[in-house]
Write a protein of this length. Sequence first.
Length: 303
Amino acid sequence: MEKKIRNIRIIINPASGKGESILPVINSCMKEAGIKWEASITHEAGDAIQFAKDAVKEGIDALAVYGGDGTVMEAISGLIGSEIPLVILPGGSANVMATELGIPNDLKEACELLGEGSLETKTIDVGQFDKRYFIARISVGFEADVVKGAERETKNKIGIFAYFFSAVAALKKSKKAVYHLKIDGQEHEVKGLACFITNTGNLGFSKISFDKHIDVSDGLLDVIVVRKANLSMFKLMVVTWLKRERPDNLELVEHWQGKDISVSSSPKQAAQCDGEVLGKMPLHIKVIPGAIKVLVPKKTGKG
Protein backbone atom coordinates (compact mmCIF):
# COMPACT_ATOMS: atom_id res chain seq x y z
CA MET A 1 0.00 0.00 0.00
CA GLU A 2 1.51 3.33 -1.07
CA LYS A 3 0.48 5.28 2.00
CA LYS A 4 -0.09 3.96 5.50
CA ILE A 5 -3.61 4.61 6.75
CA ARG A 6 -3.61 6.39 10.09
CA ASN A 7 -7.01 8.07 10.07
CA ILE A 8 -10.15 6.50 8.61
CA ARG A 9 -13.86 7.25 8.58
CA ILE A 10 -16.21 4.25 8.39
CA ILE A 11 -19.74 4.53 7.05
CA ILE A 12 -21.94 1.79 8.48
CA ASN A 13 -25.34 0.75 7.15
CA PRO A 14 -27.08 -0.90 10.15
CA ALA A 15 -29.66 -2.50 7.83
CA SER A 16 -26.88 -4.54 6.21
CA GLY A 17 -25.13 -7.55 7.62
CA LYS A 18 -25.86 -11.02 8.78
CA GLY A 19 -26.75 -10.32 12.41
CA GLU A 20 -23.08 -10.10 13.39
CA SER A 21 -21.68 -7.74 16.03
CA ILE A 22 -19.57 -5.55 13.80
CA LEU A 23 -18.27 -2.78 16.07
CA PRO A 24 -16.12 -5.05 18.32
CA VAL A 25 -14.56 -6.60 15.19
CA ILE A 26 -13.83 -3.22 13.61
CA ASN A 27 -12.51 -1.75 16.85
CA SER A 28 -10.18 -4.68 17.49
CA CYS A 29 -8.75 -4.62 13.96
CA MET A 30 -8.25 -0.84 13.94
CA LYS A 31 -6.58 -0.91 17.34
CA GLU A 32 -4.25 -3.68 16.20
CA ALA A 33 -3.37 -1.70 13.05
CA GLY A 34 -2.88 1.58 14.94
CA ILE A 35 -5.58 3.34 12.95
CA LYS A 36 -7.69 6.13 14.40
CA TRP A 37 -11.30 5.68 13.30
CA GLU A 38 -14.74 7.22 13.58
CA ALA A 39 -18.07 5.77 12.48
CA SER A 40 -21.04 7.38 10.75
CA ILE A 41 -24.32 5.43 10.83
CA THR A 42 -26.77 5.71 7.94
CA HIS A 43 -30.49 6.00 8.64
CA GLU A 44 -31.97 6.67 5.22
CA ALA A 45 -31.12 6.81 1.53
CA GLY A 46 -28.61 9.55 0.73
CA ASP A 47 -26.90 9.57 4.13
CA ALA A 48 -23.78 7.80 2.84
CA ILE A 49 -23.37 10.39 0.07
CA GLN A 50 -23.32 13.24 2.58
CA PHE A 51 -21.08 11.35 5.02
CA ALA A 52 -18.58 10.74 2.21
CA LYS A 53 -18.60 14.41 1.19
CA ASP A 54 -18.05 15.45 4.80
CA ALA A 55 -15.21 12.94 5.17
CA VAL A 56 -13.44 14.38 2.11
CA LYS A 57 -13.37 17.80 3.79
CA GLU A 58 -11.83 16.29 6.93
CA GLY A 59 -8.71 15.18 5.10
CA ILE A 60 -8.86 11.52 6.11
CA ASP A 61 -6.50 8.89 4.65
CA ALA A 62 -9.31 6.57 3.50
CA LEU A 63 -13.06 6.09 3.65
CA ALA A 64 -14.44 2.65 4.54
CA VAL A 65 -17.96 1.42 3.93
CA TYR A 66 -19.70 -1.46 5.71
CA GLY A 67 -22.77 -2.35 3.69
CA GLY A 68 -23.96 -3.75 0.39
CA ASP A 69 -23.52 -2.41 -3.14
CA GLY A 70 -26.18 0.28 -2.62
CA THR A 71 -24.27 1.79 0.31
CA VAL A 72 -20.98 1.51 -1.56
CA MET A 73 -22.58 3.24 -4.53
CA GLU A 74 -23.69 6.16 -2.35
CA ALA A 75 -20.23 6.53 -0.78
CA ILE A 76 -18.62 6.56 -4.21
CA SER A 77 -21.06 9.28 -5.29
CA GLY A 78 -19.66 11.44 -2.50
CA LEU A 79 -16.02 10.58 -3.27
CA ILE A 80 -15.94 11.28 -7.00
CA GLY A 81 -13.50 14.07 -7.76
CA SER A 82 -11.38 13.40 -4.67
CA GLU A 83 -8.18 11.37 -4.27
CA ILE A 84 -9.34 9.61 -1.11
CA PRO A 85 -9.39 5.82 -1.59
CA LEU A 86 -12.35 3.64 -0.70
CA VAL A 87 -12.17 0.57 1.53
CA ILE A 88 -15.04 -1.91 1.08
CA LEU A 89 -16.09 -3.98 4.11
CA PRO A 90 -18.72 -6.35 2.66
CA GLY A 91 -21.95 -6.40 4.63
CA GLY A 92 -24.78 -6.81 2.14
CA SER A 93 -26.83 -9.77 0.96
CA ALA A 94 -24.83 -9.65 -2.26
CA ASN A 95 -21.51 -7.82 -2.61
CA VAL A 96 -20.82 -7.61 -6.32
CA MET A 97 -17.98 -5.08 -6.30
CA ALA A 98 -16.23 -6.61 -3.28
CA THR A 99 -16.29 -10.05 -4.92
CA GLU A 100 -15.12 -8.55 -8.21
CA LEU A 101 -12.09 -6.99 -6.51
CA GLY A 102 -11.14 -10.05 -4.46
CA ILE A 103 -12.07 -8.49 -1.12
CA PRO A 104 -12.81 -11.14 1.56
CA ASN A 105 -16.48 -11.56 2.39
CA ASP A 106 -15.59 -12.03 6.07
CA LEU A 107 -15.57 -8.72 7.96
CA LYS A 108 -12.61 -9.60 10.17
CA GLU A 109 -10.50 -10.72 7.22
CA ALA A 110 -11.39 -7.58 5.25
CA CYS A 111 -10.54 -5.31 8.21
CA GLU A 112 -7.27 -7.09 8.94
CA LEU A 113 -5.97 -6.26 5.47
CA LEU A 114 -5.72 -2.62 6.57
CA GLY A 115 -3.01 -3.46 9.08
CA GLU A 116 -1.04 -5.95 7.03
CA GLY A 117 0.28 -3.66 4.31
CA SER A 118 -1.27 -6.08 1.82
CA LEU A 119 -3.46 -3.60 -0.05
CA GLU A 120 -2.85 -1.70 -3.25
CA THR A 121 -4.76 1.04 -5.04
CA LYS A 122 -6.92 0.10 -8.01
CA THR A 123 -8.60 2.75 -10.13
CA ILE A 124 -12.06 1.72 -11.30
CA ASP A 125 -14.68 3.07 -13.68
CA VAL A 126 -18.08 4.35 -12.57
CA GLY A 127 -21.32 4.46 -14.54
CA GLN A 128 -23.49 7.58 -14.57
CA PHE A 129 -27.13 8.22 -15.45
CA ASP A 130 -29.59 10.98 -14.60
CA LYS A 131 -26.98 12.75 -12.37
CA ARG A 132 -26.52 9.51 -10.41
CA TYR A 133 -23.73 6.96 -10.30
CA PHE A 134 -23.42 3.17 -10.18
CA ILE A 135 -20.55 0.74 -9.71
CA ALA A 136 -21.98 -2.68 -10.59
CA ARG A 137 -24.81 -2.66 -13.12
CA ILE A 138 -28.18 -1.52 -14.30
CA SER A 139 -30.55 -4.23 -15.45
CA VAL A 140 -33.88 -4.14 -17.22
CA GLY A 141 -36.34 -7.03 -17.15
CA PHE A 142 -35.83 -10.34 -15.36
CA GLU A 143 -33.12 -9.35 -12.83
CA ALA A 144 -34.95 -6.14 -11.93
CA ASP A 145 -38.03 -8.24 -11.16
CA VAL A 146 -35.85 -10.45 -8.95
CA VAL A 147 -34.53 -7.45 -7.00
CA LYS A 148 -38.05 -6.07 -6.70
CA GLY A 149 -39.26 -9.39 -5.28
CA ALA A 150 -36.44 -9.90 -2.76
CA GLU A 151 -37.94 -8.06 0.19
CA ARG A 152 -35.75 -6.69 2.99
CA GLU A 153 -37.37 -8.90 5.66
CA THR A 154 -36.64 -12.02 3.61
CA LYS A 155 -33.05 -10.89 2.90
CA ASN A 156 -32.50 -10.35 6.61
CA LYS A 157 -33.65 -13.91 7.33
CA ILE A 158 -32.01 -15.89 4.54
CA GLY A 159 -29.54 -13.52 2.88
CA ILE A 160 -28.71 -14.15 -0.77
CA PHE A 161 -31.15 -17.09 -0.95
CA ALA A 162 -33.90 -14.45 -0.98
CA TYR A 163 -32.79 -13.63 -4.52
CA PHE A 164 -33.00 -17.31 -5.48
CA PHE A 165 -36.62 -17.63 -4.35
CA SER A 166 -37.46 -14.31 -5.97
CA ALA A 167 -35.79 -15.50 -9.20
CA VAL A 168 -37.97 -18.61 -9.33
CA ALA A 169 -41.09 -16.47 -8.94
CA ALA A 170 -39.90 -13.89 -11.49
CA LEU A 171 -38.99 -16.53 -14.07
CA LYS A 172 -42.53 -17.92 -13.98
CA LYS A 173 -43.92 -14.45 -14.81
CA SER A 174 -41.16 -13.23 -17.14
CA LYS A 175 -42.10 -12.11 -20.64
CA LYS A 176 -39.94 -11.00 -23.53
CA ALA A 177 -39.54 -7.40 -24.57
CA VAL A 178 -37.85 -5.58 -27.41
CA TYR A 179 -34.81 -3.62 -26.23
CA HIS A 180 -34.00 -0.44 -28.12
CA LEU A 181 -30.29 0.24 -27.68
CA LYS A 182 -28.01 3.02 -28.85
CA ILE A 183 -24.35 2.23 -28.13
CA ASP A 184 -21.80 4.90 -29.08
CA GLY A 185 -24.11 6.09 -31.84
CA GLN A 186 -24.94 2.63 -33.22
CA GLU A 187 -28.57 1.52 -32.90
CA HIS A 188 -29.60 -2.06 -32.09
CA GLU A 189 -33.00 -3.66 -31.58
CA VAL A 190 -33.13 -7.09 -29.96
CA LYS A 191 -35.80 -9.21 -28.29
CA GLY A 192 -35.02 -10.80 -24.92
CA LEU A 193 -35.84 -11.46 -21.27
CA ALA A 194 -33.28 -9.15 -19.69
CA CYS A 195 -30.80 -6.44 -20.57
CA PHE A 196 -27.72 -5.62 -18.47
CA ILE A 197 -25.54 -2.53 -18.65
CA THR A 198 -22.69 -3.65 -16.46
CA ASN A 199 -19.38 -2.41 -15.14
CA THR A 200 -18.55 -5.75 -13.49
CA GLY A 201 -18.57 -9.35 -14.65
CA ASN A 202 -19.27 -10.77 -11.22
CA LEU A 203 -22.79 -11.68 -10.15
CA GLY A 204 -22.10 -11.20 -6.42
CA PHE A 205 -21.76 -14.74 -5.15
CA SER A 206 -18.99 -17.33 -5.48
CA LYS A 207 -16.80 -16.65 -8.52
CA ILE A 208 -19.70 -16.77 -10.95
CA SER A 209 -19.24 -14.21 -13.72
CA PHE A 210 -21.05 -13.04 -16.84
CA ASP A 211 -17.75 -13.10 -18.69
CA LYS A 212 -14.15 -13.02 -17.49
CA HIS A 213 -13.34 -10.37 -20.11
CA ILE A 214 -15.50 -7.73 -18.41
CA ASP A 215 -13.18 -5.35 -16.57
CA VAL A 216 -14.01 -2.58 -14.07
CA SER A 217 -10.97 -0.61 -15.26
CA ASP A 218 -11.21 -0.77 -19.07
CA GLY A 219 -13.07 2.52 -19.54
CA LEU A 220 -16.08 0.71 -21.04
CA LEU A 221 -19.49 -0.57 -19.99
CA ASP A 222 -20.72 -3.95 -21.24
CA VAL A 223 -24.23 -4.38 -22.64
CA ILE A 224 -25.63 -7.92 -22.46
CA VAL A 225 -29.04 -9.08 -23.62
CA VAL A 226 -30.32 -12.50 -22.53
CA ARG A 227 -32.58 -13.60 -25.35
CA LYS A 228 -34.00 -16.89 -24.03
CA ALA A 229 -34.34 -18.90 -20.83
CA ASN A 230 -34.33 -22.58 -21.79
CA LEU A 231 -32.15 -25.68 -21.41
CA SER A 232 -29.69 -24.37 -24.00
CA MET A 233 -29.38 -21.16 -22.02
CA PHE A 234 -28.74 -23.14 -18.85
CA LYS A 235 -25.98 -25.12 -20.58
CA LEU A 236 -24.44 -21.88 -21.89
CA MET A 237 -24.47 -20.40 -18.38
CA VAL A 238 -22.75 -23.49 -16.98
CA VAL A 239 -20.02 -23.31 -19.63
CA THR A 240 -19.58 -19.58 -19.05
CA TRP A 241 -19.44 -19.93 -15.27
CA LEU A 242 -17.26 -23.03 -15.06
CA LYS A 243 -14.90 -22.51 -17.99
CA ARG A 244 -15.15 -18.71 -17.86
CA GLU A 245 -15.33 -18.51 -21.63
CA ARG A 246 -16.99 -15.68 -23.52
CA PRO A 247 -20.56 -16.62 -24.53
CA ASP A 248 -20.73 -16.72 -28.32
CA ASN A 249 -24.22 -18.10 -28.97
CA LEU A 250 -25.98 -15.04 -30.40
CA GLU A 251 -29.28 -16.91 -30.42
CA LEU A 252 -29.12 -16.86 -26.60
CA VAL A 253 -26.90 -13.91 -25.63
CA GLU A 254 -25.81 -10.69 -27.35
CA HIS A 255 -22.89 -8.64 -26.05
CA TRP A 256 -21.58 -5.17 -26.88
CA GLN A 257 -19.25 -2.65 -25.23
CA GLY A 258 -19.48 1.13 -25.22
CA LYS A 259 -19.05 4.44 -23.42
CA ASP A 260 -22.41 6.08 -24.15
CA ILE A 261 -25.52 3.90 -23.97
CA SER A 262 -29.26 4.52 -24.21
CA VAL A 263 -31.79 1.78 -23.45
CA SER A 264 -35.56 1.45 -23.46
CA SER A 265 -37.92 -1.49 -23.77
CA SER A 266 -41.26 -2.27 -25.43
CA PRO A 267 -43.32 -2.99 -23.43
CA LYS A 268 -41.81 -1.06 -20.55
CA GLN A 269 -40.07 -3.33 -18.02
CA ALA A 270 -38.83 -2.86 -14.46
CA ALA A 271 -35.26 -1.56 -14.06
CA GLN A 272 -32.82 -1.68 -11.15
CA CYS A 273 -29.46 -0.14 -10.34
CA ASP A 274 -27.10 -1.79 -7.81
CA GLY A 275 -30.06 -3.30 -5.95
CA GLU A 276 -32.35 -0.26 -6.11
CA VAL A 277 -35.52 -0.37 -8.22
CA LEU A 278 -35.72 2.51 -10.72
CA GLY A 279 -38.86 4.19 -11.91
CA LYS A 280 -37.54 6.11 -14.90
CA MET A 281 -37.16 4.82 -18.47
CA PRO A 282 -35.61 5.23 -21.00
CA LEU A 283 -32.11 5.45 -19.51
CA HIS A 284 -29.10 7.31 -20.87
CA ILE A 285 -25.92 5.90 -19.36
CA LYS A 286 -22.29 6.97 -19.62
CA VAL A 287 -19.04 5.65 -18.19
CA ILE A 288 -16.61 7.82 -16.21
CA PRO A 289 -13.24 6.10 -16.74
CA GLY A 290 -10.97 5.82 -13.68
CA ALA A 291 -13.40 7.77 -11.51
CA ILE A 292 -12.55 6.28 -8.12
CA LYS A 293 -9.69 4.66 -6.21
CA VAL A 294 -10.33 1.48 -4.20
CA LEU A 295 -7.94 -0.35 -1.90
CA VAL A 296 -7.84 -4.03 -2.91
CA PRO A 297 -5.80 -7.08 -1.88
CA LYS A 298 -2.54 -7.30 -3.80
CA LYS A 299 -2.41 -9.74 -6.70
CA THR A 300 -6.10 -10.66 -6.47
CA GLY A 301 -9.14 -9.58 -8.45
CA LYS A 302 -8.94 -8.38 -12.02
CA GLY A 303 -6.29 -6.15 -13.49
